[in-house]
Design a protein around this ligand. Structure first.
Ligand code: XMP
Length: 507
């Protein structure tokens, strides 16, 4: 494996991901993790991340004592390089000014830059600089502003780079990382097939003959996990799918189809739509609706979980992903707190042990597994769908009639996106039913119909989002189809607000 020690850089996760894209297994640990903890990962190489601190500040975080004496290949990035230089007897000082943004390596040499010709653009973000090298070290790259942009130790396996090879603004950064992995002799067998086999073996070893409960939502993570568990432990798995009546058209059927391989007796579908609708009756406030759906979900799921627990089911499986695990912790530690939090709502007397096979995977790795496990394409590549479902896409009170109108309209929009091959070009698309009624004419008659909003956005992280520039002809076709096939809708509008200031959902 490659151990990435996190010193607080916003890019640490990206380093882990790039290393995995290069098919080497990587794990992020806190920068100050003990030597024992680091060695427990049996690292073939160590990467020291960047970070906001100054290495000459005595309180700045440092790797464990003795780590550099293990003979492991090390790549220090930014703060990591400065630490390496200082720890080996060089000098680091505050630079005259901060170097930030795209920079060009005007000169570079040696095996770390193998195969790279000419000037290279790399991303810089630092205020400290290495001003004197440890004995025997060499400068292997420089920029106009920075005479020490990369360094190499005499051992030929320890390097420092002042730039960030992991970010997209360093177009050839991946090649630098790959060269490092090659020089370090890191095994590159982190393929999806390998992951699948390892996960199955782990699950079997952990679970033995015990039974496992899983809640499936129809999203890619829980569906993939259901197929994985089914492959690993067969009928020891019971998957519970709660239909809260706030799903999209045909969604329940699609999920049931996709999870066919589990076998009928291992998939329990609980139709709780009436219970949810009753609880939502008369409620117009979005946050209130969210709370009610969450609460009812736990009620229904708890009843199933209690039955299974009494039948001797010991494990509760969850599709927790790596970003959830490292989000709060920057490594290990807090991870457990967060996981327990996820089960949140289940009473403490329901004493399940937690099984989280995906806790070291990124979303796209789960999608690769889904492909191997035969999850149908529409579910595998599906846009995210909020837990409260359509309840937050009907502004105001949720009624069965409005749900029906929204479902049909939404399906026309989403199907058209697929037909026009636009579905994968946007990150999320949805229809919103407003409580507004607007005037129209049908034949010679004045009519009143709902105003329906369409929204499609592009985003990398859902924290900010840009409204999608869908073709006008496409929007025209969708509006015509909706008003023709869903006569309750009198007017269709397209949302051209980005996030911020608007959110993606309307509620
Ligand atoms: P907003 O509307 O906050 O949405 O820009 C960002 C992303 O989060 C989803 N979303 C939710 N997901 N429960 C969820 O599970 C919720 O209450 C919820 N509200 C918003 C939204 O669909 C988008 O992907």
């Amino acid at each position: 494996s490659v151990v990435i020690l996190d010193f607080g850089s916003q890019y640490t996760r990206l380093i882990a991901r790039r290393v995995r894209e290069l098919r080497a297994y990587s794990v992020i640990l806190p920068g100050t993790a003990s030597l024992e903890r680091v060695l427990a990962e049996r690292p073939q190489a160590v990467i020291l991340s960047g970070g906001p601190n100054s290495v000459f500040d005595p309180s700045s975080p440092r790797p464990a004592e003795g780590l550099l004496e293990q003979g492991l290949p090390v790549l220090g990035i930014c703060y990591g390089m400065q630490y390496l230089a200082m720890a080996h007897g060089g000098r680091v000082e505050r630079a005259g000014r901060r170097e930030y943004g795209k920079a060009v390596l005007t000169r570079h040499e040696g095996p770390l830059f193998e195969g790279l010709e000419g000037e290279l653009q790399m991303w810089m973000s630092h205020s400290d600089a290495v001003t004197a090298l440890p004995e025997g070290w060499r400068v292997i790259a420089e920029t106009e502003e920075n005479p020490v942009a990369a360094v190499a130790a005499p051992d030929g396996r320890t390097f420092g780079v002042q730039f960030h090879p992991e970010v997209v603004h360093s177009p050839k950064g991946m090649a630098v990382l790959e060269n490092f992995l090659e020089l370090a002799g890191v095994r590159r067998d982190w393929t999806p097939e390998h992951t699948l086999e390892a996960l199955i073996a782990d699950i079997r070893a952990k679970v033995g003959k015990d039974r496992v409960l899983l809640a499936v939502s129809g999203g890619v993570d829980s569906s993939t996990l259901a197929l994985l568990l089914s492959r690993a432990i067969g009928s020891q798995l019971t998957a519970v799918f709660v239909d809260h009546g706030l799903l999209r058209l045909n969604e329940r059927h699609e999920v049931e189809q996709a999870l066919r391989p589990l076998g009928d007796e291992n998939l329990r579908v609980v139709d709780a739509s009436e219970q949810f609708l009753r609880a939502l009756k008369g409620v117009a406030d979005p946050e209130e609706k969210r709370k009610i759906v969450g609460r009812e979900f736990i009620r229904v799921f708890e009843a199933e979980a209690r039955k299974l627990s009494q039948e001797g089911c010991r494990w509760l499986a969850q599709g927790t992903l790596y970003p959830d695990v490292i989000e709060s912790a920057g490594g290990e530690g807090a991870a457990n707190i967060k996981s327990h939090h996820n089960v949140g709502g289940l009473p403490p007397d329901l004493n399940f042990e937690l099984l989280e096979p995906f806790r070291y995977l990124f979303k796209d790795e789960v999608r690769e597994l889904a492909l191997l496990l035969g999850l149908p394409e529409p579910i595998r590549m599906r846009h995210p769908f909020p837990g409260p479902g359509l309840s937050i896409r009907i502004l105001g009170e949720v009624t069965p009639e409005k749900l029906d109108v929204l479902r049909r309209a939404d399906d026309i929009f989403i199907s058209a996106l697929r037909d026009w091959n636009l579905y994968d070009s946007v990150s999320q698309a949805l229809a919103v039913l407003t409580p507004l009624q607007s005037v129209g004419v049908i034949g010679d008659e004045r009519s009143y119909g709902y105003v329906l909003g369409l929204r499609a956005v592009s985003t990398a992280d859902f924290m900010t989002a840009d409204w999608a520039r869908l073709p006008l002809d496409f929007l025209d076709e969708v509006a015509r189809k909706i008003t023709r096939q869903v006569p309750e809708v009198g007017r269709v509008v397209y949302d051209i607000t980005s996030k911020p200031p608007a959110t993606i959902e309307w509620e």
